[in-house]
Design a protein around this ligand. Structure first.
Ligand SMILES: [Zn+2]
Length: 347
């Protein structure tokens, strides 16, 4: 395996099936000339788009879908290294939106035949940041592009795009990855991830489980400052669950109430995390073997599960859920926390 393909196979992990399907379309000549790739931030949309571009450019062996792109020919390398003049990225740069000027650029540029390749591939990043005027300016080009042009629109949710755009381009979704897949991927990409793996594997596990299935977010969270508020909320959740367990002294949860934020947004985040964790424990009592979304260690989750009766977990889930709703309705923060504490019978 070439170095590029080894690196790429890890990174593409969760999206392998999608890439294979698109490669088969390319081989069969049925790839649409415009398509939308939607998925959470950091879920590999750009990589899948590059995969499509490389597959279109590839001059390697084309025996079956698995070998497209081959990842070792010159064209594949140029695409992945960002050196191919016929793969054109369109983005908002420093601006808040992609405006009509960018759309006009695409409209004119697409009339010029490709340089190196037989195709010209436009990758529009954050396509949902296109203004309505920009989307309208692109409509005709998307509908009747020159035969060599392919448009790939990346966005978190296709529903943010105008219906007229959506009706011209089928939507494909990038997949979320498991915490283990994410770990494998960031270990390859980041020195800090490797350092943590050696020195603080628990923190690394917390980062991967908190990343919500996307490598991009996990890489973000490797930045200590960015992960700090999440780490703090996680600690509060653990401490709270510990304090209501059979192992804790009566009243142990009361001092924790002051650690909930008086800022509504932060409080919402803390409460939602606590709810996720309590529900996760409840489910764990009934069935194991499912993927954990809060707990970074199955053993930690199982230990807590043993120590907190289902009835208590249910009471916590209901009380926290109620507190979340009240917070959304702008209820007094201290009062809603007191109510929550009273329903769980910790006051
Ligand atoms: Zn190739």
């Amino acid at each position: 395996m070439s170095e590029l393909s080894e690196k790429y196979m890890t990174q593409i992990a969760g999206n392998r099936a999608l890439c294979r399907r698109l490669s088969l379309d390319i081989l069969a000549g049925t790839l649409p000339h415009a398509l939308i790739l939607e998925g959470a931030s950091g879920s590999g949309k750009r990589l899948v788009a590059l995969n499509i571009a490389a597959a279109l450019a590839c001059t390697g062996k084309h025996k079956d879908g698995a070998s497209v792109p081959c990842l070792s020919c010159l064209e594949c390398r140029k695409v992945f290294e960002g050196l191919c003049p016929d793969v054109i990225f369109v983005n908002r740069g420093e601006k808040a939106t992609i405006g009509v000027e960018e759309a006009r650029f695409v409209r004119e540029d697409v009339k010029i035949i490709p340089n190196d390749l037989e195709r010209k591939i436009y990758i529009i990043e954050e396509a949902d940041k296109m203004t309505d005027q920009a989307q309208n300016a692109l409509l005709l080009t998307l509908e009747e592009p020159p035969s060599y042009a392919v448009f790939i629109l990346l966005c978190e949710s296709a529903s943010e795009l105008l219906e007229t755009i959506r009706s011209r381009a089928p939507v494909f979704r990038t997949e979320l990855m498991s915490a283990q897949e994410i770990e494998k991927c960031i270990l390859e990409k980041s020195d800090r991830a490797r350092t943590l793996k050696a020195q603080d594997p628990s923190l690394l596990a917390q980062i991967t489980v908190s990343a919500g299935g996307t490598v991009g977010r996990a890489l973000d969270y490797l930045d200590e400052r960015k992960f700090a508020p999440i780490k703090e909320a996680r600690e509060l959740t653990y401490d709270f669950l510990e304090a209501i367990s059979d192992r804790a002294k009566a009243g142990a949860a009361i001092p924790l109430l002051s650690r909930f934020s008086s800022k509504r947004d932060t409080l919402q985040f803390q409460l939602e995390m606590l709810l996720d964790a309590a529900v996760e424990l409840l489910i764990l009592k009934k069935a194991d073997g499912r993927e954990l979304v809060f707990f970074e260690s199955e053993q930690k989750a199982l230990d807590l599960c043993e120590l907190i009766p289902a009835s208590k977990l249910l009471a916590v889930s209901e009380a926290v859920n109620e507190a979340i709703e009240e917070n959304k309705r702008n209820a007094n923060v201290r009062l809603l926390l007191m109510k929550m504490a009273t329903s769980i019978k910790i006051l």
